[in-house]
Design a protein around this ligand. Structure first.
Ligand SMILES: Cc1ncc(COP(=O)(O)O)c(C=O)c1O
Length: 367
């Protein structure tokens, strides 16, 4: 009986390195509220990500809500229907109206050619998602935002460490949010960050994540508790030392899949866009339903062999009952692609023999 293989496996730092850090937390009893590990991690991460300014928060969803609060948005925000639910939930929970714009078939990110037609006098921002760590059309989106005076926010939950034109992808836009959830390419168990283009943006996020408390007697904003604790910050410091090693291990898995898929009928790896240094966070395949097999048939065949690939992102967010009030117009590309994509297991330590088995199962259907 073979073992279960999931789409990812959390990557952990060396426990022996973590233990002295835990001892120092036990010694100091500083558990949260900008403790020493938090402050060290925040600066180290800002430098690593080449960020103008950065604030740590407790998860990627809080990061989204903090960015929206710091940007003081109102009315409508143009976004993509092809993402994880937190992208759109954060807008709705912040009292904003999501306006869905279709995606491009090549990188599955919001289509800049359709954004301008969706702008109304109520629009305050564009929120793209760098899906699977591939960049949105950054130049085109910025040009539209500049023309219409809009804020640009990127949900960068997938893009940690990926580079575009030699620069950290997370460093673009007015705000970019990150997730350090256990399933992500860089994890602190739970965690997240907001990268801000300005110090004023960071000050607003810092205020928001700590209940809006400015000083002992001054509370100046409706905030929340979105602080990252000392344990997660210590883990983050150790994880930062391992980023390049993890990237290389993932790159090897990615390369083996690409080689194995080559020449298969109707199944292709999503191409890496030009000028991108990937982080290999996901391995999406696109299945052509005209080819004789389907995404769902491959998903089921893998599951029967205890390989749990994931249909990221299906169902489409615009099709969820709770987001129906915001649906207007067709989203043909997003709808089609959400039926064709499957994310295969990718993580450091994935056994090449297991990868070959996954490829054989797919190959049997894509003959
Ligand atoms: C695109 C996207 N946005 C936001 C999130 C939310 O991050 P978190 O789980 O850290 O709250 C995730 C993943 O969980 C995600 O994939």
């Amino acid at each position: 009986m073979s073992k279960d293989i999931y789409v990812t496996r959390p990557d952990l730092p060396d426990l022996a390195q973590l233990l002295p850090m835990l001892e120092s937390i036990w010694e100091s009893r500083v558990l949260t509220n900008r403790g020493p590990f938090h402050e060290q991690f925040e600066l180290a991460l800002r430098d690593y990500l080449e960020a103008p300014a950065l604030s740590l928060v407790c998860n990627g969803t809080a990061a989204l809500e903090a960015a929206l609060a710091a940007a003081q948005l109102q009315g409508e925000v143009i976004t993509t229907p092809y993402s994880f639910v937190a992208t759109v939930s954060s807008l709705v929970r912040s009292g904003l109206k999501p306006v869905f714009v279709d995606i491009r078939p090549d990188d599955l990110n919001i289509d800049p050619a359709l954004i301008e037609a969706a702008i109304t006098p109520q629009t305050s921002a564009i929120m793209g998602v760098h899906v699977y760590g591939n960049p949105c059309a950054i130049d085109a989106i910025q040009a539209i935002a500049d023309r219409h005076g809009l804020t640009v926010i990127y949900d960068g939950a997938h893009c940690f460490g990926a580079r575009w034109r030699g620069r950290q992808l997370a460093s673009f836009g007015d705000f970019t949010t990150l997730s350090f959830h256990g399933t992500k390419v860089f994890n602190t168990f739970e965690g997240g960050a907001v990268i801000c283009a300005s110090e004023a943006g960071k000050r607003a996020v810092d205020l928001y994540r700590n209940f809006g408390i400015e000083s002992e007697l001054v509370i100046s904003m409706v905030g929340t508790n979105a602080k990252l604790n000392e344990f997660a910050s210590a883990v983050g410091l150790l994880q930062l030392e391992r980023v390049e090693q993890v990237r290389q291990q993932r790159a090897a898995v990615d390369a083996r899949y690409r080689e194995g898929l080559h020449g298969m009928n109707g199944v292709a790896a999503l191409a890496v866009p030009p000028q991108v240094e990937p982080n290999y966070s996901y391995f999406p395949i696109v299945v052509d339903p005209q080819s004789g097999t389907t995404r769902d048939a491959i998903y089921d065949a893998l599951k029967a062999e205890q390989v749990f690939a994931r249909k990221y992102f299906y169902p489409l967010l615009a099709d969820l009952a709770m987001f129906q009030p915001y649906l207007s117009g067709d989203l043909p590309v997003a709808r089609r692609m959400s039926g064709q994509i499957l994310c295969l297991p990718i993580y450091p330590g994935l056994d090449p023999a297991d990868q070959d088995r996954i490829l054989r199962i797919i190959g049997n259907l894509a003959a």
